[in-house]
Design a protein around this ligand. Structure first.
Ligand code: ATP
Length: 923
């Protein structure tokens, strides 16, 4: 058994001939076998870069105090301590501590969830193991592995290339050079710099074009990128534009609160002639209770929960601002294959000469019959059909194998190609045998731009060679002069093929044509010119790919078409299908999905001729784009954006990257997509499914709603607390001693207590709110919707005033009934708290009514937080040591009834307000 190779870190792989590299790494161009790879993984370790060291927990905890709002609280702690107001000082400090603790714990959780997302996006690599192409996690690569590269791949380790076909690699990650550099397989000068080592592909760089294969020379920290930046920061910080706005708003609010506190302080001393020390405490109480200290933590928690919820629904967020943008999306442009359809391609018809053959069976299981005019036939007896099937089998990169343990046939490669392999296998052709009999000399790979591929084979016994060309019918037909028939060949009849293509396409089948050209035996390789003309058409394939049922439903939900009555909602989002397929195929599938009007489409070639202005005018009326190339997507995004749309665009190939970057939300495919597309995107779909985009939009709207709800709840409650202090001083409510000592109806420590317990209980609950019933039936949020709307100001003011009236009224009522100041004040505090509890239930729905069983009992988080609050508040009122600290007294049942009645009044008043706004907006 071979032992592991001994690798010097400084080996100059780039100046070594390929065979020597193989020897050194004890491998060959067929790669390693699984047991060798496993053994090497043990000795060389996983192929990953060491992570940047994360901030230690202590530092993270300290950072929680780094916030203007908290600074004010800390200053108040110190000043009150200096004034020997120990209870106040301790309570204010407790507020800071509790907030920091919540922030610390939640941030930790949020970071974990971001990390697990990173794990879900871990890159993979195509390697040769046991002589077969396999997809493995890039982390499992070891020196000596053979890696196959194709366009859009991220190079997973440092490779010494030994195969390169038009290979171009963008090395910006390593050299900063963003123009792709050509690669080859020849040794470079030993002294060559990184950018000149053209036979090397370096880890972290991107394949921009072409194909290649190389042997892994270095992994993990030993790669060039590993050496340059041994530490890569991986964890994203949780922030979005809205969060930044809120932080800025927080600064403004702090300033405003400080000014108000100062003004109240001055008013108390100058107008009411109160004692400065008492007034100072009152001003501190006012400032502290007005500051929504818990708001930043709650925003972060809401986002973290949203990220997790989306991941559970298969939408993995790469860039956090997308969380908010998703809620404002007005147009979704989606690929067809795999996203809207199942990507289970099956050849159903083959037109060869005048005969249209139908093929039975589904998926990649190579069992099925060939039928001609309703009769089963033996395809190998029909020589032209057999020749056509052989051609698509040879000009093919996919293969189908039987997975013994699962008892199913699996496809390695593209689904369109897999369908062709399955069809040829149904006819009894053996791919291995065919490839051995007619070995491939060279190939031009398929690309979505060219829409064809070509291979060169040692085809004939006499040494003659043959080029096989397969691709979109228009592309193939324009290169053909003849067509094959049973007597050999005759001149091409383009109209016949055109019509037969349309018949097949209008049944929703993807079209693919195949042709050949015989060339002399000394032809060594293929270039563009070899594929430009002189081909003989063999046949035309019709491949079905049924729409996904979930996509049909999701599209219906978004655009408001009815699949079932229950699904008939309209989120007011336009759905557009962008496909490389034939227009009739596209329109037919779009119609099944409910997209478009079943007729209108725009073809790529017409789109190309339009000016930007013309396109901008055209796009609102067209939902199906056919025969497009990835470049068209960029123009479509731009045209839609110019019309004021917020666009989500899907993509999977390397050429989709510019459109994905330009779109407001770039959506890449996690399963079928390239690494290049993923890196350019904001969201990755783990299941490549259109329905997951619709879900992501729903979650995006929910997150935005929940952020708004948190603000709508927290600001009025803080406002209410602060206003109680202010109104008492201004209106002269409270106890006035003979020496000018003034006792507020609710003392500073008491107001701080309320502030703290509301922050840890009620306010947190809203982060867990499920989507509102109508979340997908309203139009998208205007992207420029201001955070501080007139509605918000109104709500803050009205609820604050309501809470103050109830609280101060109850205080006065108790006093006038002969109660002590302590009892009146305990009653007033409970009135304020219960008012806030009821307002929390109002806040569960921004516009919808909350008076329903769902409104009261529908959220576990809300019920738990109310229960915790009740326990704390009962302790506050009835426990002797709390009574000692906070100067409280037990409240009697009668007062509780009044307190709850007040809560109900708050609830009803806000519900009436919502009903009023609903009637005005006609919701
Ligand atoms: P969609 O938008 O539906 O996801 P697409 O834009 O990816 O599809 P392409 O894969 O670019 O579409 O295919 C465009 C056309 O190219 C197909 O209709 C088919 O005729 C042809 N084609 C697809 N795959 C191959 C292939 N492997 N070899 C040759 N021709 C192909």
């Amino acid at each position: 058994m071979k032992t592991d190779p001994d690798i010097e870190p400084e080996t100059s792989w780039h100046s070594m001939p390929v065979q020597e590299v193989f020897q050194h790494l004890q491998t060959s161009e067929n790669g390693l076998d699984s047991s060798q790879a496993r053994q090497r993984l043990d000795s060389f370790g996983p192929n990953k870069l060491p992570r940047a060291r994360k901030q230690g927990p202590f530092k993270r905890f300290l950072l929680q105090f780094h916030n203007v709002l908290i600074y004010v609280l800390l200053a108040a702690t110190i000043v009150t301590a200096l004034l020997q107001q120990w209870v106040d000082s301790a309570v204010i400090f407790a507020v800071c501590l509790v907030n920091a603790l919540i922030g610390f714990i939640q941030e930790g959780k949020a970071e974990k969830s971001m990390e697990s997302l990173q794990g879900m996006l871990a890159p993979v690599a195509t390697v040769l193991r046991d002589g077969q192409k396999k997809t493995v996690p890039a982390e499992e690569l070891v020196p000596g592995d053979v890696v196959v590269l194709s366009s859009g791949d991220k190079v997973p380790a440092d490779l010494r290339l030994f195969q390169a076909r038009d290979l171009q690699i963008e090395e910006a990650a390593l050299t900063g050079e963003s123009v792709p550099v050509g690669k080859d397989i020849y040794e470079a000068d030993p002294e060559a710099g990184l950018g000149d080592r053209s036979c090397m592909a370096f880890s972290g760089t991107m394949v921009a074009y072409g194909q290649g294969a190389g042997v892994v020379a270095a992994t993990g920290a030993h790669t060039q990128i590993g050496r340059i930046s041994a530490m890569l920061a991986q964890v994203q910080t949780l922030t979005t534009p809205l969060l930044k706005k809120i932080t800025r708003f927080g600064h403004f609010l702090t300033a405003a609160i400080l000014v108000t506190a100062l003004a109240t302080f001055a008013f108390g001393i100058l107008v009411r002639q109160l004692m400065p020390s008492e007034m100072f405490m009152a001003a501190v109480g006012l400032a502290v209770s007005a500051i929504p200290a818990g708001l930043p933590a709650i925003m972060t928690i809401t986002l973290a929960i949203g990220v997790q919820r989306m991941a559970r629904r298969n939408a993995i967020i790469r860039k956090l601002p997308a969380l908010e943008t998703l809620g404002a999306v007005t147009t979704i442009c989606s690929d067809k294959t795999g996203t809207l359809t199942k990507n289970q391609m099956t050849v159903q018809s083959v037109q060869v000469s005048e005969d249209l053959y139908l093929i039975t069976g589904t998926g990649y299981n190579p069992m099925g019959e060939f039928r001609l005019q309703d009769q089963n036939i033996d395809p190998l007896q029909h020589s032209l059909l057999a020749e056509t099937l052989r051609a698509v089998l040879l000009c093919n990169e996919a293969h189908i194998y039987y997975q013994e343990n699962e008892g199913v046939y699996r496809l390695e490669g593209a689904s369109t190609e897999g369908a062709l392999v399955a069809a040829a296998m149904k006819a009894g052709l053996d791919q291995k045998q065919e490839n051995a009999d007619r070995p491939r000399i060279d190939a031009i790979p398929f690309s979505s731009d060219k829409k064809f591929m070509a291979t060169l084979h040692d085809y004939h016994q006499d040494g003659g060679r043959r080029i096989i060309l397969k691709g979109a019918p228009e592309r193939v037909l324009e290169r053909c002069s003849h067509q094959a028939n049973s007597n050999g060949q005759k001149e091409l009849d383009p109209d016949f093929w055109h019509n037969s293509g349309e018949t097949i396409a209008s049944r929703g089948q993807r079209l693919l044509a195949v042709a050949f050209k015989d060339v002399p035996g000394d032809k060594k390789g293929l270039d563009e010119e070899d594929t430009s003309e002189g081909f003989t058409l063999l046949g035309l394939f019709g491949i079905i790919d049924p729409p996904r049922e979930e996509a049909v439903k999701a599209a219906a939900k978004l655009i408001g078409r009815c699949v079932s009555v229950r699904d008939c909602q309209s989120a007011g989002i336009n759905v557009k299908m962008i496909t490389g397929d034939h227009a009739l195929t596209a329109v037919s599938i779009a119609d099944e999905l409910g997209i478009g009007d079943g007729r209108t489409f725009l073809a790529g070639k017409d789109l190309e001729k339009m000016s930007d202005e013309e396109l901008e005018k055209k796009v609102p009326g067209v939902d199906v784009y056919a025969r497009t190339s990835p470049e068209h997507k960029l123009r479509l995004v731009q045209a839609l954006q110019a019309g004021g749309n917020i666009v989500a665009m899907t993509g999977d190939g390397v050429n989709d990257a510019p459109a994905l970057k330009r779109a407001d939300v770039g959506v890449a495919m996690g399963k079928g997509g390239t690494e290049a597309a993923r890196e350019a995107s904001d969201v990755v779909l783990a299941d490549d499914n259109f329905a997951s985009i619709a879900n992501a939009v729903e979650e995006g709207r929910t997150i935005y709603d929940n952020l708004k709800k948190a603000i709508l709840f927290i600001l009025p409650t803080n406002g209410g607390q602060a206003l109680v202090v202010m109104a008492s001083i201004v209106l002269g409510i409270g106890l006035l001693g003979e020496g000018g000592e003034y006792t507020l109806p609710i003392s500073p420590p008491q107001i701080l207590w309320i502030n703290m317990i509301i922050a840890v209980t009620l306010a947190l609950a809203l982060a867990f709110e499920p989507p509102e019933g109508n979340v997908m039936s309203r139009p998208p949020r205007p992207p420029d919707e201001p955070l501080i709307s007139g509605f918000l100001i109104w709500r803050v003011a009205s609820v604050s005033v309501l809470l103050v009236i109830g609280t101060l009224w109850h205080y006065q009522y108790m006093l006038s009934g002969g109660a002590s100041h302590e009892l009146a004040s305990t009653t007033a505090i409970n009135t304020l708290v219960v008012g806030q509890v009821f307002y929390l239930i109002n806040s569960r729905f921004i516009h919808e009514p909350a008076w329903s069983i769902r409104g009261f009992l529908g959220s576990r988080a809300v019920l738990i937080s109310i229960a915790v609050l009740a326990v704390l508040q009962i302790g506050f009122t009835y426990l002797p040591f709390m009574q000692y600290i906070f100067q409280t007294e037990p409240v009697c049942l009668e007062s509780w009834i009044r307190i709850v009645l007040f809560g109900i009044i708050v609830f009803l008043a806000v519900e009436l307000e919502k009903a009023f706004f609903r009637s005005r907006t006609g919701d």
